[in-house]
Every structure is written in structure tokens, then in C-alpha cells.
Design a binder for this molecule. Structure first.
Ligand code: 4AD
Ligand code: MG
Length: 436
């Protein structure tokens, strides 16, 4: 295999190239010139490097090119690596040759622009250091999810994206015309996963998930990625442990592989390490209400779902994720079973993240009670004939089983400390935005 002549910037910042002549290629991150000298900073995927171009060290034509390459121009540069304490990263390149590949037009993104403007220019803004760092961490998170399940004996299993049924409530369905019929974009992989556990037993998936969320919040996307698992022979308490292990596994991978990105995002790595070493508490919904009453003097009527404000107030008392179980059955989806020891509640859980990032995981044991599921679906206005295929799963060798879904962007937003979930996905889709 031929060795590339191109050096990555991180190899220069390692100090091993000092005194050597090297070739780099990348984009102009910053540039300024005065008289016979141009100071530019070039970025590639691995970092940024200061380069100094002096008239006389290269042809006049190339020196003029260096003066005229504006921010975001693409360039190839040859030079000698020198140590320089004042340069970012402590090294600079003294340039001997300079090729402009593309002279960029004046870049529309400058300092202090509004979040909406940056979303309009998202195709350009994803080059920023902030988004680049988040996207690298997201890549680690996605890789870690696959690794976690595959090393623990799960098969990857794919469900259709176009589905005839709802699972998480009809009000957030995206309808798609399907020849002469209609279907919906997947709200969850779960119902199909419940069919597959009869042969594969332990399965997982990660894929795009769609919800027509009608409100604007910093936690909801219309298109997001959910990582789900489903397993035969597991109960609520088994899958809660899997979820805790999964989140810790992902955190560990990010801490191991993304120190530079966490630093750019001003994240405290020691705090993340502490989370990794902690036991995530498990409390019930009823205990959560007691904490809100005692510590916050907040009265939440038993039976009401926890809203964002209540989740945030609860999580003010924790620095690590908390699992909340046994929500009221009345507010839960049809497939969540009653707890036989407390029939007002469901065998379900949410994992809440600290620092106001909300629910990062939601899951449950699955109901095996066909008549109860039919009744609850009817009550929510569903045509139960559409679910007959799903009911078959309770007719032919039904087994106890459970599963959950992890919101990839919620987790990435929490790990990266973003203000809004929109920065945890490259091109966010929300009620107000479907472009670019
Ligand atoms: O709690 P949810 O709705 O659970 C389910 O869909 C189950 N069927 C999963 C399962 O048991 N297989 O969604 C799971 C997670 C939530 O905890 C949240 O992290 C994320 O998906 N999520 C969203 N993330 C971003 N934008 C939205 N609109 C989201 N809705 C849910
Ligand atoms: Mg949920």
C-alpha cells in the first residue's frame, strides 16, 4: 500500500514532525495578513494548525493566492514544522509552497449569529468546531451501542419504517400515502421486535424514528434515532439493569475516545468519570412524587404524568441518571402490563438524565393479557383488527419479555451539554423546520 504524502494536523501537534518538511491539506479556519506576511490557521478533521506565509519564501503568485484565500477556502500547503509557544497547539508551519484548491466566497457565518440563522446555514455550520466535536461524539455513541449489544449476545434486527399501526399514541403519527392506502412512519421498532424474539430471543436495533411532536421544546425532534432492545425471558428488572449497563458502556467509550472533543465542549471529564462509577438509583413514580412534595413543596396529583418541570425539579436532587418505575397504568401505552402486586401501576420505567436533559430511556415489561390490551386499544379509539397480527404473538408460544428504547439525541445532548437537542443531530427536523 502506498503511504500518503499528507500529514494530519494531530501528528504535527504531537511534536514528532518538528524540523521536518510536511504536506497538509484542509480549510482556512482564520486568516489575517499584514504587508509581506500572512498568518492563517488551517483545520483538518484532526485539529487546527497555524501556518505562516512570508513573501519571498514562495513565488509572488502563490503569496498573493495565500492573501486571497478567505475563510473556508480549501488549500494544500507545504512547509517546515517549528515549535512556537504562541501558536495554538504549540507548533506552526513555515510555508514553502501553497496551492489554493478553491477560493471561498466570503463565508456567511461570522461571530454571534442567531440560532435560527445557524440552522438555515446548517450545511455550512456543521463544519464548526462545536458541531464537529458533537458529531464525533455521536459517532462514538452509535458505535458503542452496536458494540454493547453485539458483545452481549444480541442480534441486530430490522423492522419496517412504513407501518400500519401506532404504538406510542395516534396523535404523533406521520401519515404516508401508500399507493391507495395509508401507512405511518415508524414511531418505534418495538411491535416487530416482539415478533422476532420468538426466534432470535435477544435483539436490538438503532434507526430513524418519527413523531409529529406538535410543541416546540428543547427535547423533542420530529425525526430522531432510537436504539431499542427486546428480549424473551426478561422482566422489568432485568432490562433496567441492561439499560444502566448500556448507558455506562457508552459513557466509557466517549471518555476513552473523545477527550479532545469533550474539552472543546468544556465538559468536565472527571464529572463524567464519577457518573460512570456510581450506581444509578431506581425509585418508583410514587417515591418521585414524595421527593417533589418534601424537597420542592410541589403537589403532583397521583395519576398525572411527570411534566418537564417536574422531571427537572426531581433531577435537581441527583447528579447521575435515575430510573423511575411504576407509573400509573392509566397514562401508559396499551402494551405496558399492570403490576400484579399493585394494579394501579405499570411494570415500566423511564431513565431520567440530570441537568434538565429529561427522559433518555423508556421501556417496560410487555403485557401478555390479550383482553386487557384489546380493551385499552379500544378505549384509545384504535381499530383492534389492525393489531390482530400482534395479538398472534400472544397466541403461539407467548413468553415473558421486555425491552426499552434509548433516545440517541437525548443521550448525546446530555453527554455534550448542548442547550438544545437540535445540536445532537446533523440536520434537525422539528415542527418548524424541515430544511436544509
Ligand atoms: O419512551 P418512548 O416513547 O418509548 C418507546 O417508543 C418504546 N416503544 C421503546 C421500547 O420499549 N422499545 O421513547 C423512547 C425514548 C425516550 O425515552 C426518549 O429518550 C426518546 O426515545 N424520544 C425522543 N427523542 C427525541 N425526540 C422525540 N420526539 C422523542 N420521543 C422519544
Ligand atoms: Mg417515554
Amino acid at each position: 500500500m502506498s503511504k500518503s504524502k499528507w500529514t494530519k494536523i494531530e501528528e504535527i501537534l504531537d511534536g514528532k514532525k518538528t524540523g521536518k518538511t510536511i504536506h497538509i491539506h484542509g480549510w482556512i479556519y482564520r486568516t489575517r495578513s499584514s504587508g509581506n506576511i500572512v498568518f492563517a490557521v488551517i483545520r483538518d478533521v484532526t485539529g487546527i494548525l497555524q501556518v505562516t506565509i512570508k513573501k519571498g519564501n514562495l513565488s509572488d503568485k502563490k503569496f498573493d493566492d495565500a492573501k486571497n484565500t478567505l475563510v473556508e477556502s480549501s488549500v494544500e500547503v507545504v512547509g517546515i514544522v517549528k515549535e512556537d509557544k504562541r501558536a495554538p497547539g504549540g507548533y506552526e508551519l513555515q510555508v514553502t509552497d501553497y496551492n489554493a484548491i478553491n477560493f471561498a466566497e466570503p463565508f456567511p457565518i461570522v461571530k454571534d449569529q442567531s440560532p435560527e440563522f445557524l440552522l438555515d446555514k446548517r450545511h455550512l455550520w456543521i463544519r464548526s468546531q462545536k458541531l464537529t466535536s458533537i458529531l464525533k461524539i455521536r459517532s462514538t455513541v452509535v458505535g458503542a451501542i452496536h458494540k454493547f449489544f453485539r458483545t452481549n449476545g444480541y442480534y441486530e434486527f430490522d423492522a419496517p419504517v412504513l407501518q400500519p399501526n401506532q404504538c406510542e399514541g395516534g396523535s404523533t403519527l406521520f401519515e404516508v400515502k401508500y399507493y391507495d392506502n395509508k401507512t405511518y412512519l415508524s414511531q418505534t421498532w418495538q411491535l416487530y421486535a416482539e415478533a422476532a424474539i420468538f426466534s432470535l430471543e435477544k435483539i436490538y436495533n438503532m434507526g430513524p424514528t418519527f413523531r409529529a411532536e406538535k410543541s416546540k421544546t428543547s427535547r423533542h425532534l420530529s425525526e430522531f434515532w432510537m436504539a431499542e432492545m427486546e428480549a424473551a425471558w426478561m422482566d422489568l428488572y432485568d432490562v433496567i439493569e441492561v439499560a444502566k449497563d448500556e448507558v455506562k458502556y457508552i459513557l466509557k467509550e466517549v471518555i476513552t475516545h473523545n477527550k479532545q472533543e469533550l474539552n472543546i465542549l468544556n465538559k468536565n471529564i472527571n464529572k463524567l468519570k464519577k457518573i460512570l462509577e456510581s450506581d444509578f438509583p431506581t425509585i418508583t413514580y410514587t417515591e418521585a412524587l414524595e421527593i417533589l412534595k418534601e424537597k420542592e413543596n410541589m403537589d403532583v396529583k397521583w395519576g398525572k404524568d411527570l411534566r418537564t418541570i417536574e422531571e427537572n425539579k426531581l433531577m435537581d436532587h441527583f447528579e447521575i441518571p435515575v430510573v423511575v418505575t411504576h407509573y400509573p397504568i392509566e397514562i401508559m401505552a396499551f402494551y405496558k402490563p399492570r403490576d400484579p402486586d399493585d394494579s394501579k401501576t405499570a411494570l415500566c420505567f423511564d431513565m431520567l438524565a440530570p441537568e434538565d436533559y429529561g427522559e433518555i430511556v423508556g421501556g417496560s415489561q410487555r403485557s401478555l393479557d390479550l383482553e386487557d390490551m384489546k380493551k385499552r386499544l379500544k378505549e384509545s379509539g384504535e381499530n383492534i383488527e389492525n393489531y390482530d397480527w400482534y395479538f398472534d404473538l400472544r397466541r403461539y408460544g407467548s413468553v415473558p419479555h421486555a425491552g426499552y428504547g434509548l433516545g440517541v439525541e437525548r443521550l448525546v445532548a446530555w453527554i455534550c451539554g448542548t442547550d438544545n437537542i437540535k445540536d445532537a443531530i446533523p440536520f434537525p427536523r422539528t415542527i418548524l423546520r424541515y430544511k436544509p
